[in-house]
Design a protein around this ligand. Structure first.
Ligand code: PLP
Length: 311
């Protein structure tokens, strides 16, 4: 079954802005690995699915918002690898289902809805016990696949990117950044672009993820982690907020480079990198690898909302 996943291509971005700055710009296209289970989502799911299989679970249960890339990918991966799947969705049921949830149901996922207050309790023993009593022995994957298995999978994203001195990635929880930093050498640098406002709050959480990973004794290269920083100025108004500038940027970028970007994550990071290049933030001779973390399914819902701006 793993043969249905393509190795992600690394593609050069032929950009005037990068050339002027003397910087080599490349993108790692995780979005092309599989039509449905792609991006960082696949890496975060991989070891969760393995652990579930090894422990003979037949059903996966996870959590997410109504437009979640994680719900979409988990539904498809469950179907692909022979698991039943259940998702606890934040908020009330809205019919007709949006494209993300419609797809999830088509893949066989059962949806249950939790109001925001209840959803907040998703990581408590009490709520998890309730879910086990309701649905039996289920293998639970946290929201976004953001656990130790998730970090472990993400150590495989850029481990071969040894000839790049700077890796750029969009951040929601920072799990992907943590995995990437753990797989690289100290002299390499990872720049995270939080898509939430005031993203600096992620720094101690990423430190925790890295420390927990070391504590559990999983292998890392001898001189890891890479140094990492958060660039918090490109959230574009906050999580899932899309302004006209970002829309225009994404459309022009696609026209120029034939690379579609998702508005919630990757477009904000690419926008940030292009802006920093213009500001002279990077050095001549830098080799940048931008991680395309997928998430394109989410554009359907957003484009539906933004039809007017796009027309
Ligand atoms: C497409 C996409 N890119 C980036 C991220 C950010 O990942 P993380 O939460 O690991 O920081 C997410 C969320 O998982 C995502 O769906």
């Amino acid at each position: 079954m793993l043969s249905t996943f393509l190795p992600p291509p690394t593609q050069q971005i032929n950009s005037k802005i990068a050339r002027r700055a003397g910087v080599d710009l490349y993108v790692l296209r995780l979005d092309l690995m599989h039509p449905w289970v792609n991006g960082n989502k696949w890496f975060k799911l991989k070891y969760n699915l393995l652990e579930a299989k090894q422990n003979n679970f037949t059903t996966l249960l996870t959590f997410g918002g109504a437009y979640s890339n994680h719900i979409y990918a988990t539904a498809a991966a469950s179907n692909l690898f022979g698991f039943c799947s259940i998702a606890a969705i934040r908020g009330e049921e809205r019919l007709p289902l949006n494209p993300t949830l419609h797809f999830a149901v088509q893949q066989g996922m059962q949806l249950v809805y939790f109001d925001r207050e209840r959803y907040q309790q998703r990581n408590t023993t009490a709520l998890q016990e309730y879910l086990r009593q309701s649905f039996g022995e289920v293998f639970m994957i946290p929201e976004g696949g953001s656990n130790l298995n998730g970090v472990r999978g993400c150590t495989e994203i850029a481990s071969e990117a040894t000839d790049f001195n700077c890796i750029c990635v969009a951040c929601g929880t920072g799990t992907t950044l943590a995995g990437i930093a753990l797989s690289l050498r100290k002299e390499q640098r990872v720049l995270g672009f939080p898509v939430l406002k005031n993203g600096a709050f992620l720094a101690p959480e990423i430190n925790n993820l890295v420390e927990n990973y070391f504590a559990c004794g999983l292998p890392t290269p001898p001189d890891s982690p890479a140094s990492w920083d958060l660039i918090c100025d490109y959230h574009g108004g906050g999580y899932a907020k899309v302004n006209d500038e970002l829309l225009l940027f994404s459309q022009q970028f696609r026209q120029e480079h034939d690379i579609p970007l998702d508005y919630v994550y990757t477009a904000k990071m690419f926008y940030g990198v292009m802006d920093l290049l213009q500001q002279g933030f990077f050095h001549k001779g830098d080799r940048l690898l931008l991680i395309h973390t997928g998430g394109l399914q989410g554009n359907l819902g957003i484009e539906k909302r933004l039809k007017k701006v796009l027309s």
